[in-house]
Design a protein around this ligand. Structure first.
Ligand code: ZN
Length: 153
């Protein structure tokens, strides 16, 4: 299906050229985590602000290949406004799509969260070396969420 692959390529390039939620947040109150993929040279910094159990703001900074940067942009769209449980559900769903799911966190809540543009990254699974690029932002987000809950109350 060349049509679908073209569409996916366009979505990825659009997020790469026009990244969503790009920038920084003041820490604290936001928490920050940094991720690095030495295989490709990708660097991602993720800022999250949790308010009343929700991801009220999320921003990313960094540089790297189109897969890592577009995945980060899509990630911010997918988790902004979500509860912490929902955000972790999206992370697990995305990792499942990338075939490196953590089976201990196989909750049903994740099923209800639409992946939207993220489905454009499905094709990456065919190129195992790029999977690390695609999941970098997600692992970094996970660390930032862990940091935020460690400080809560
Ligand atoms: Zn990369």
């Amino acid at each position: 299906m060349p049509g679908l692959e073209d569409l996916y390529r366009e979505i990825i390039l659009d997020h790469y050229k026009n990244p969503r939620n790009r920038g920084e947040l003041e820490t604290p109150p936001a928490t920050v985590a940094e991720g690095h993929n030495p295989l490709c040279g990708d660097e991602i910094t993720v800022y999250v602000l949790i308010d009343d159990g929700r991801v009220s703001e999320v921003r990313t900074a960094g540089q790297g290949c189109s897969i890592s940067q577009s995945s980060a942009s899509m990630m911010t769209q997918a988790v902004k406004g979500r509860t912490l449980d929902e955000a972790r559900g999206v992370i697990n769903r995305f990792k499942h799509m990338m075939s490196i799911e953590d089976h201990h966190h196989d909750d049903h809540q994740a099923e209800q969260v639409p992946l939207g543009d993220l489905e454009a990254l499905q094709g990456v699974v065919k190129f195992p070396v790029r999977i690390k690029c695609a999941v970098l932002a997600w692992n970094t987000l996970s660390q930032a969420l862990d940091g935020s809950t460690a400080h809560a109350h």
